[in-house]
Design a protein around this ligand. Structure first.
Ligand SMILES: [Zn+2]
Length: 228
């Protein structure tokens, strides 16, 4: 199925550019999510403006991802634990300039994740025939699919960060998922142009973050979870 694979480079230009890490651009401070478990501000994981088929949000929307990085004790891998966040904001609601995280009781800011720009997208086939799509959302049916279909390119990390298509599941297969279908996924490590692989965030050291979208709701609902 058609998927879009991001090309990364170190750092990002100021503005509403697609990127991982760094500070979000123009996010109203009141929307900065706080972890439900530890009550401290989460770390900004990604800012992703609508971009045609590569990021099929409604026109003008920006998807923001956050997760708790405090001492790695909160259940940030669960889609319903309140220790991560995935939500869209209308571009018109955003301000100008980077948003600094709100201070917590200790005055300490959340971890600032390494800023990695998405310089472009490469469209490619993820190796899954469209008729097998539903099997990628069923634990047993997924187990029955051929290895070269569920884990193409022999687990190469570059194929495990993408937008669209079917989930490239970790070795534990289909688990922990919310309602909906894959919107995008981000591997723990990504390749940077002319550089070594870099760590995106703490995804349980070697996991993959999955963002699902449930389009059965009046407004599409986004959620994130991490498997390893
Ligand atoms: Zn927390």
């Amino acid at each position: 199925m058609r998927s879009y694979y991001p090309q990364f480079r170190e750092g990002a230009e100021p503005g509403l550019v697609p990127k991982l890490g760094g500070l979000p651009w123009g996010l109203p401070a009141r929307l900065w999510p706080v972890c439900r478990e530890c009550n401290r501000a989460m770390s900004h994981l990604a800012q992703l403006p609508a971009d045609g088929d590569a990021l099929p949000l409604a026109s003008g929307e920006v998807l923001f991802l956050f997760k708790c990085e405090w001492d790695s004790i909160c259940s940030f891998w669960e889609h319903d634990g309140g220790a991560n966040a995935a939500f869209v904001v209308q571009g018109a609601e955003l301000g100008a300039g980077p948003t600094t995280p709100p201070p917590d009781a200790t005055g300490e800011p959340p971890a600032l994740l390494r800023e990695i720009a998405i310089a472009g997208w490469r469209a490619d086939d993820d190796g899954a025939p469209a008729e097998s799509e539903e099997a990628f959302y069923d634990y047993m049916a997924h187990l029955d699919l051929p290895e070269e279909v569920v884990h193409p390119h022999e687990w190469a990390s570059a194929w495990r960060t993408k937008s669209g298509g079917v989930p490239y599941w970790t070795a534990n297969g289909v688990q922990g998922m919310p309602a909906g279908r894959l919107f995008l996924q981000i591997d723990n490590w990504v390749d940077i142009a002319d550089g070594d692989p870099v760590e995106v965030a703490n995804f349980c050291s070697d996991g993959t973050a999955y963002v699902f979208v449930d389009r059965s709701q009046v407004q599409p609902v986004y959620s994130m979870f991490i498997n390893r």
